[in-house]
Design a protein around this ligand. Structure first.
Ligand code: SF4
Ligand code: SF4
Length: 227
């Protein structure tokens, strides 16, 4: 039951349900011009790539300092998805946690079952801190839990490059942390276009926030496709 209205992180009006949970907006009718004014122009865009991944009308305009999202068509249908999915417009963390994990964060670490310090036993994985993430993805691929993993590799100049890895050999190319911002969520779109449905993703916290918003949003993320 909706009890009152409150203000979101960027001044967006959001509905607050009984118990203090924020109801995620379902159809904001805000277009790219709103996203540009409230996020890109204010230079709080984290270059996660979520808006680009789920709308063909948005592309990253590359620049020396990393680039920013830009509108590349003449007409905006103002469907509101880019605004709804962007982790920098509003971020109702408690509601997202409740929908994903069934509970809210009680400690600074967030919602978790157990904590471990681990190192991969696979000696051919050349990671930064033990290759645990690459090993976990290899297990998920092997067990059929995921069809592919969206990972970030690096070119000869250490520039990040997204890759859709469908086997162990290509998975290993993403081992090791890339210490830079990069719109890695666009790799999810590439994975969907390659026919993958269960997609593993490794990314920065802001990228995960964008994808969690996509996961928990109530509208379809692409017309004609089921989530
Ligand atoms: S996601 Fe919707 S509102 Fe945003 S740029 Fe694309 S068409 Fe416009
Ligand atoms: S979705 Fe990500 S890339 Fe797009 S405007 Fe928001 S923060 Fe920037």
């Amino acid at each position: 039951m909706i009890k009152r209205r409150g203000s979101g992180k960027m001044g967006t009006e959001v509905e607050v349900e009984a118990g203090g949970y924020v109801k995620l907006p379902t159809f904001l009718e805000q277009g790219f011009s709103d996203l540009k004014r409230e996020v890109v122009a204010k230079r709080i865009c984290c270059l996660c790539g979520t808006c680009v991944a789920f709308c063909d009308k948005i592309k990253i305009n590359e620049r020396e300092d990393g680039g920013e999202p830009g509108f590349v068509e003449d007409y905006d249908t103002v469907c509101g998805l880019c605004y709804a999915f962007c982790p920098r417009t509003f971020l109702p963390l408690s509601e997202i946690e409740r929908r994903i994990f069934g509970e809210e964060q009680k400690e600074v670490f967030g919602v978790y079952r157990s904590c471990y310090a681990v190192r991969s036993k696979k000696e051919d994985i050349k990671g930064q801190d033990g290759g645990a993430v690459t090993s976990l993805l290899a297990y998920a691929l092997d067990a059929g839990m995921i069809d592919c993993a969206v990972i970030t590799t690096a070119d000869d100049h250490w520039k990040p490059v997204t890759k859709v890895a469908k086997n162990y050999e290509s998975l290993k190319e993403g081992a090791g942390t890339k210490y830079t911002l990069y719109p890695g969520v666009v790799g999810v779109k590439e994975a969907m276009e390659a026919g993958c449905e269960n997609i593993g993703f490794v990314g920065l916290p802001c990228q995960i926030q964008g994808l969690r918003k996509v996961q928990t949003a109530e509208q379809p993320y692409e017309v004609g496709k089921e989530k």
